[in-house]
Design a protein around this ligand. Structure first.
Ligand code: PRP
Length: 180
């Protein structure tokens, strides 16, 4: 449970997210226009809202799979140790794969996951993150597509949690603590 009271200020509206997803999907469709079936891999848990909106906007033949990686536990700081808690159900060798992430912060999670999936010899492996905090990066990693670059603010909503709360907000909000 969060220990200090806080409020959430809207940072990126649901409408702005939807508009950005439309643009991103046009680019993704261009990249994968010749695919027979794209495997869209959501990284649980944070990407569950983004992947749901993304696949409904994508006009491509797709399969959906999930992988659960965790590096934060219930705290606010990354432990830098990425654990695979749930692996893919399907094989990706020779397949076109798009990894979907909610946020790239230090970069450890997506860096680790893309290396892991790359070792399984997909035909093409691309990644997309809704949010990117480049100022927090600890490893040299950039997703192939990014929805929004944001400053180093503590964000919640649209799948992203604070101690498992607030994932169900339809927008991206900024946490503001109301007491020291
Ligand atoms: C969060 C977020 C990303 C990752 C980004 O996941 O969803 O997966 O951290 O941080 P990084 O770039 O510093 O690695 P978390 O481990 O909190 O799990 P969750 O998706 O279940 O919330």
């Amino acid at each position: 449970m969060p220990t200090r009271p806080y409020v959430i200020d809207e940072m990126i509206s649901a409408k702005a997210i939807a508009a950005r997803i439309e643009d991103l999907c046009r680019e993704i469709q261009g990249e994968f226009k010749d695919t027979d079936k794209l495997v869209v891999v959501g990284l649980l848990r944070g990407s569950f809202v983004f992947i749901a909106d993304l696949v409904r906007e994508l006009d491509l033949p797709i399969e959906v799979d999930f992988l659960e990686a965790s590096s934060y536990g219930d705290g606010m700081e990354s432990t830098r140790e990425v654990r695979i808690l749930k692996d893919l159900r399907g094989a990706i060798e020779g397949r076109d794969v798009l990894v979907v992430e909610d946020i790239v912060d230090t970069g450890h999670t997506l860096n680790h996951v893309t290396h892991l999936l790359d070792s399984r010899l997909p035909a093409r492996l691309k990644s997309i993150a809704l949010l990117d905090k480049p100022s927090r990066r600890e490893v040299d990693f950039k997703a192939d597509w990014t929805g929004f670059e944001i400053p180093d603010e503590f964000v919640v909503g649209y799948g992203i949690d604070f101690a498992q709360r607030n994932r169900n907000l339809p927008f991206i909000g900024k946490v503001r603590f109301t007491q020291d």
